[in-house]
Design a protein around this ligand. Structure first.
Ligand SMILES: C[S@@+](CC[C@H](N)C(=O)[O-])C[C@H]1O[C@@H](n2cnc3c(N)ncnc32)[C@H](O)[C@@H]1O
Length: 208
């Protein structure tokens, strides 16, 4: 059996979660914490620098921090908790929007130079639809950069992610890009992080 919303690429149940209640409930109160350690955060910033993620940037599934070493000229953060987003000091504007309730971004075509999504892609239940819409709001030649580690909220992560390891996670996110269309082939990497700390993996692709 295959997932109806995502076509034939993913097995049935792949996008199910233990907690299927409205995400607004889970994210109703702010969590002013970091979800990866300092070494992994540093690796996110280094990757953004290396890839030239600057200008007008959309940080999807964001919170009170966005991990840029230097804030982009115009950072828009989109997430679930208004209190967290309102105190993101790198952001110029913020949007509360539930991507599992509605994977269409409430943002105009070609509005951004690049997009990012840090340690959150595993919570998307309709990722291919979201990735497709990211390609609409990012200008051709821009990047969508997804990073993830091995820490998560298990009740809100999709089952397909929980049941697989980091090598498969990179293939899964690469498949999201391929299935969405509108991107050049995805690139993957395990980023350099301090020994014994949180690992960091990245998958990114250019909007074609
Ligand atoms: C583990 S936190 C990561 C936050 C931030 N990106 C970071 O690097 O610290 C997961 C984030 O995903 C966002 N999120 C979870 N479910 C979402 C959904 N359905 N729609 C939009 N954002 C969501 C939450 O607002 C939360 O801030």
């Amino acid at each position: 059996m295959s997932s109806e919303s995502e076509g034939l690429e993913f097995p049935g149940g792949f996008f199910a979660r233990d907690d299927e209640t409205d995400d607004a409930m889970f994210y109703s109160y702010p969590r002013y914490v970091t979800h990866i350690d300092d070494g992994a955060i540093d690796a996110v910033g280094a990757l953004y620098d290396e890839l030239g993620v600057r200008g007008a940037v959309l940080d999807l599934m964001s919170s009170w921090v966005s991990h840029f070493r230097e804030p982009p000229d115009a950072l828009t953060v989109l997430g679930m908790n208004a209190d967290e987003l309102a105190v993101n000091r790198q952001a110029r504007s913020w949007v509360v929007h539930d991507l599992n309730a509605d994977p269409s971004l409430p943002l105009g075509d070609d509005s951004f130079d690049h997009a990012t999504c840090c340690v959150s892609v595993d919570y998307l239940t309709r990722p291919v639809d979201v990735f497709r819409d990211v390609a609409r709001v990012v200008r051709p030649g821009g990047l969508f950069v997804c990073t993830f580690s091995n820490r998560l909220f298990p009740t809100k992560a999709i089952r397909g992610w929980l049941l697989s390891g980091s090598a498969t996670h990179q293939k899964v996110v690469s498949e999201y890009f391929a299935a969405a269309g509108g991107y050049e082939p995805a690139r993957t990497r395990q980023c350099t992080t301090p020994p014994g700390g949180d690992p960091l993996y990245a998958v990114w692709a250019m909007v074609s």
